[in-house]
Design a protein around this ligand. Structure first.
Ligand code: MN
Length: 138
């Protein structure tokens, strides 16, 4: 086994091409083969969000802190709170991010494909799309 010290890894600013607003990423695990596990802690400042995207093997989000949003294409934005788990199926177009006025931190957990692909990035979430009032999950 191996312990990776928190102090050995620096926080990264998420790429502007794929995110709106300030988003910070802390690596949790990048599995070594045969593991295909990837996990990141992602911190979204108020109003910050991912672009629209899909995951070839799906994704699990686990909310650690704050108030967030997730939206699948064709649905309403949904409110997320600490302790919530979101299961995103393979190849479903979606975005996730903070509420307009709250910090939001989630774990993003996924497996990559055999050739290492994990996310297909699409267009940014517009202010009009982001501004649709969010609803509580059913
Ligand atoms: Mn995602």
């Amino acid at each position: 086994m191996k312990v990776i010290k928190a102090s050995s890894r620096t926080t990264k600013v998420a790429p502007e091409a794929w995110f709106t607003g300030t988003v910070l990423q802390d690596e949790v695990v990048t599995g070594s083969p045969p593991s295909r596990l990837r996990a990141l802690s992602v911190s979204f400042t108020p109003g910050a969000r991912t672009a629209w995207h899909t995951h070839p093997v799906g994704q699990t989000l686990y909310v650690l802190y704050g108030t967030g949003r997730v939206q699948m294409e064709g649905g309403r934005p949904i409110v997320l709170n600490p302790g919530d788990t979101v299961l995103i199926p393979p190849d479903v177009k979606h975005w996730h991010g903070a509420a307009p006025d709250r910090l939001f931190i989630h774990l993003a957990i996924s497996e990559v494909t055999d050739d290492g692909a994990g996310t297909n990035w699409l267009e940014k979430v517009t202010d009009a799309e982001y501004g649709v009032p969010a609803v509580d999950p059913a």
